[in-house]
Design a protein around this ligand. Structure first.
Ligand code: PBG
Length: 336
């Protein structure tokens, strides 16, 4: 990325179409590249054995039992996708107001991480840190008298991070938007000897309606009481995103994330420009669902729109993209 003003020529000495005239010269001057190395594949895990369930609002995405998830992680590794992100669909019976299943060392996520690490140690594993899969309120934090508690939640998040690190998780990804959690989690991990475990902070995470299909996928949508506007960001704000990122960098984040993706490309661009940090984008469930629905109707060319949307992230300055399109895009990029 450069902020220098371009020197422009004048017609007819300059003809912009000259460089675009052939495929080879278009390739030669292309400014952004998308590669398999830029992809992170989010996956959903359920209880059971040899089981898969379609997610109705995300055609093409399935929730998988641990054994099948291991196979899918193997597919990611074979495709050269550097990392996967695992999200649990927790049994409703295990959801409580203290979200204690979040810190159970044998919960679904921890079992999935251990099983994947055993067979496919070459693929990086990212685990969300937040209480919404385990909370009977569907919120990312503990709730008392209708309020989301900050500091009490952070204590549980630290325990959750340690459990996930013990299971073998490579990247802890706090998605909860509580204040001060990056520093607290970094110190908690270091205190347990997990200095090598990375933290990617969902630093600029907006209170977005684009998460709807994800909440179906993990089964937190029905449980959610109210909305997440007291902790996730207001879609009207950009300066606030810079402050969030600045704080998370000081608190020890190794990478930062912007979420959702395509409606927030301006945020990605500003963050990358300002901080020069490894910056990830999350092309969320609603963005995926829109492309799937429109192309199923024959209104959009699926593969072309998918690749254009992924390239847009690279152009905006993202280093990598969490996307449910990861396996399809990887195959297209490798012509397999
Ligand atoms: C939960 C979490 C959410 C997503 C990732 N982690 C949903 C939410 O905050 O309500 C959304 C991902 C997607 O929509 O694809 N903390």
């Amino acid at each position: 990325m450069t902020n220098k003003p371009p020197i422009t020529g004048e017609f007819p000495l300059t003809r912009m179409r000259r460089n675009r005239a052939d495929d080879w010269s278009r390739r030669l001057i292309s400014e952004s590249r998308l590669s398999v190395d830029d992809l992170i594949w989010p996956m959903f895990v359920i209880e059971g054995e040899n089981k898969s369930e379609p997610v109705s609002s995300m055609p093409g995405v399935e929730r998988l039992s641990v054994d099948r998830l291991v196979a899918q992680a193997g597919e990611a590794e074979a495709l050269g996708i550097p990392a996967i992100a695992i999200f649990p669909n927790t049994d409703a019976k295990l959801k409580t107001s203290d979200a204690k299943e979040a810190v159970n060392p044998d919960n679904l996520v921890c079992r999935a991480v251990r099983a994947i690490k055993e067979k496919h140690s070459g693929v990086g594993i990212i685990c969300d840190v937040a209480l919404d899969p385990y909370n009977s309120d569907g919120h990312d934090g503990l709730v008392r008298d209708g309020k989301i508690l900050n500091d009490e939640t952070v204590e549980v998040l630290c325990q959750q991070s340690i459990m996930q690190a013990r299971a073998g998780c490579d990247i802890i990804a706090p998605s909860d938007m509580m204040d001060g959690r990056i520093k607290a989690i970094r110190e908690a991990l270091d205190g347990e000897g997990f200095q090598h475990v990375r933290i990617v902070s969902y630093a600029a995470k907006y209170a977005s309606a684009f998460y709807g299909p994800f909440r179906d996928a993990v089964g937190s949508g029905g449980a959610l009481k109210g909305d997440k506007k007291t902790y996730q960001m207001d879609s009207a704000n950009t300066d606030e995103a810079l402050r969030e990122v600045a704080m998370d960098i000081r608190e020890g984040a190794d990478m930062v994330m912007v979420k959702p993706g395509m409606p927030y490309l301006d945020i990605i661009h500003r963050i990358k420009d300002t901080f020069a940090m490894p910056t990830l984008a999350f092309q969320v469930s609603g963005e995926y669902a829109m492309v799937q629905a429109a192309s199923a109707n024959g209104w959009l060319d699926h593969d072309a729109v998918m690749m254009e949307s992924l390239m847009a992230f690279k152009r905006a300055g993202a280093d990598a993209v969490l996307t449910y399109f990861a396996p399809k895009a990887a195959r297209l990029l490798q012509n397999t």
